[in-house]
Design a protein around this ligand. Structure first.
Ligand code: FPP
Length: 238
């Protein structure tokens, strides 16, 4: 496949509609999440093929703990199994994996698989896969505000020194460029507490396709939409 310079450097995805996909087929909701992993694999491979450098996927929000216990436990088991099983293939594809979100409420097996995955893939350079797990944008911003306040209170930093880049450096996404394109599947048009600071100038693409049905062609359609956009960052075009 020919690499093109109008390809977004960073694509973020809200992978929505697994439950509805399963329901339509008379399956358990968890089956939808398992099928969703197939779409994640396909989007990773396509990102590598076309030259996307960062791919962020919203796997579990800080609000998702409120789902039925069986679904939460099933999802944690799915994360644990998938992350561990995929490591050799991610290494083979030269993919670096980073997890963003609060780690303290995750169980030991999920934590172990996350740490192993991050350590094993840390030197890879073809694509950075950012997995948002127990992630919430408001909490992320609150935590940044607390850290910056502490730095000011201890005299390490003055109030005047607080800037956009200081705030960015206190987010989980420190050192990761902001997304160029956000995709949300399943027809919902909202952010659901995802990367609210980082998406300030991002192009949004919403599709009715449910996440387990979101394959290579659907991803390329979103990329083609991005290519038609003229990004002005609040300025005017000449
Ligand atoms: C939203 O669909 C999807 C999730 C909460 C889970 C997404 C997780 C995966 C696809 C697994 C990815 C795994 C790794 C390791 C990256 P929903 O359940 O809200 O669907 P609904 O709105 O139709 O009910």
């Amino acid at each position: 496949m020919v690499k093109d310079k109008n390809i977004p450097q960073h694509v973020a995805i809200i992978m929505d509609g697994n439950g509805r996909w399963a329901k339509q087929k008379g399956l358990d909701r968890l089956q939808g999440h398992y099928e969703g992993v197939v779409s994640v694999r396909e989007v990773i491979q396509t990102s590598l093929d076309i030259g996307v450098k960062y791919l962020t996927v919203y796997a579990f929000s800080s609000e998702n703990w409120g789902r039925p216990k069986s679904e939460v436990e099933g999802l944690m088991e799915l994360f644990c199994k998938t992350i561990s099983l995929e490591i050799p293939s991610l290494v083979d594809k030269n993919v670096r994996v980073i997890f963003i979100g609060e780690r303290q409420s995750l169980n030991a097996s999920v934590l172990d698989s996350i740490q192993l995955c991050e350590q094993t893939t840390q030197k890879n350079t073809a694509l950075t896969l950012v997995v948002a797990l127990n992630y919430g944008s408001r909490r992320e911003i609150v935590s940044a505000v607390k850290e910056i306040s502490q730095a000011v209170c201890s005299g390490e930093m003055s109030v005047e020194e607080i800037s956009e880049s200081v705030v960015s450096d206190h987010l989980f996404t420190k050192n990761i460029p902001d997304p160029d394109l956000l995709i949300r599947t399943s027809g919902e048009c909202r952010l659901s507490n995802f990367l609210m600071w980082q998406l300030s100038y991002t192009e949004f693409y919403f599709t009715k396709t449910l996440w387990p049905d979101f394959h290579k062609e659907a991803f390329l359609e979103a990329i083609n939409y991005y290519k038609t956009r003229s990004r002005r960052y609040g300025l005017v075009t000449e």
